[in-house]
Design a binder for this molecule. Structure first.
Ligand code: WQD
Length: 340
């Protein structure tokens, strides 16, 4: 029986690769486009090892429209697209904003144009909690006002959501934006996981690399916030839970007969955890020390955010199942496996 074909841009990346695995295991046929600028080719072999299925892979930069057209003309009957491919470092986006606006917006426009050309109407977009800035009320809901993004990375996500809303209103697109909170952890097989290039920007890979001895110590960016222990609070979500949310989003789009519109969903756990809680949980579960020092606040950091995911629970029939303990255990198992 022909499987439902889904194009996954950035499909060898951290969230993309975990989503490809879940899609295959849910009976879909993912088609991966990835330019390997922030991912590694061996992840494709790992996907095969986990699932027993080798998805088609195109090593293309989707800012090249001709290359993108080639994928769609060679694969008739694509039902939907999930768009992960983007630059995603908050810090880097402040140093080279033009590259972020060009890359993240041209890639999005190219995807929307090629989908229109080949009459593909279902689209899942990788958005981010960063669109909220520092919410005035917590937990944050999809109705919470967006604040003007501090980083150029956040601006590209806000602009992308606005573009999707306007194009969906024309009736030629049914798009969902999934606003991720903080994805961490790794597949239970330890065959795929987070692969930051160079010095990690994000907390969890810095924790695992410090525990492994690659980094001398972790700097906690400030402990004088107005939170229980003075360190910033985030809504950490297991990457496999996040991947499953994309399967739920595809099922919703493909079964929601004929409805062509736009919607946004928070994808988190509803639980806020501080930086020190992450460190302590990691040490307690994995029985390994994470040397750290308290440093200055990091520019652009918000104090506290965690999600209400009632909308995704009710409409997408999705909710997070993995605990913080699962997250730190799987992140550590992946770090040790990758460094073997
Ligand atoms: C988490 C907390 C830091 C590193 C960003 C983007 C978001 C998404 C995830 C792309 C903060 C603290 C961190 C360190 C620390 N990006 N920290 N020492 O900034 O919440 O979210 O990354 O998908 O869109 O906004 O994540 O992991 O960088 O930081 O103390 O060495 O850990 O201050 O409080 P963030 P993060």
């Amino acid at each position: 029986m022909n499987k439902i074909k889904i194009v996954i841009t950035g499909g060898l990346g951290f969230i993309g690769s975990h989503t490809v695995v879940e899609l295959i295991e849910s009976g879909f046929e993912p088609i991966i486009i990835d330019d390997l600028s922030n991912s590694e080719l061996f992840i494709l072999d790992r996907i095969v090892k986990i699932t027993g299925f080798k998805p088609k892979f195109y090593n293309h930069n989707i800012c090249d429209y001709k290359k993108l057209q080639q994928v769609f003309s060679e694969n008739k009957g694509i039902s939907a697209c999930i768009h992960f491919a983007a630059k995603k470092s908050v810090g880097e986006s402040m140093e080279i904003p033009l590259m972020y606006f060009k890359t993240n917006l041209i890639s999005l426009m190219n995807m929307l144009e090629v989908m229109h050309e080949f009459k593909v109407r279902k689209f899942v977009f990788s958005s981010s909690a960063t669109v909220y800035g520092q919410p005035k009320e917590l937990p944050v809901t999809e109705k919470s006002p967006n604040q003007k993004a501090i980083s150029s990375y956040g601006s590209t996500k806000q602009m992308a959501e606005d573009i999707l809303e306007k194009i969906s209103a024309t009736g030629r697109l049914h798009a969902l934006s999934l606003r991720y909170f903080n994805p961490v952890g790794a597949h239970q097989s330890s065959l795929i996981g987070e692969l930051p290039k160079g010095i990690p920007n994000n907390l969890m890979p810095f924790v695992t690399q410090t525990a492994f001895g690659i980094r001398k110590e972790l700097t906690v960016f400030g402990n004088n916030y107005n939170t229980a222990d003075g360190t910033c609070v985030r809504d950490y979500i297991h990457v496999v839970d996040l991947a499953k949310a994309h399967v739920s989003a595809c099922n919703y789009l493909l079964n929601d007969y004929g409805k062509l519109s736009y919607d946004v969903f928070n994808i988190g756990t509803g639980i806020g955890s501080s930086v020190l809680e992450i460190i302590n949980t990691f040490e307690n579960i994995n029985k390994v020390k994470v040397p750290y020092v308290i440093g200055d606040r990091r520019n652009g950091d918000i104090e506290s955010i965690y999600a209400s995911c009632d909308k995704a629970n009710q409409i997408l029939k999705w909710n997070a199942k993995y605990s913080l303990e699962d997250m730190v255990r799987d992140a550590w198992n992946w770090e040790k496996s990758y460094r073997k």
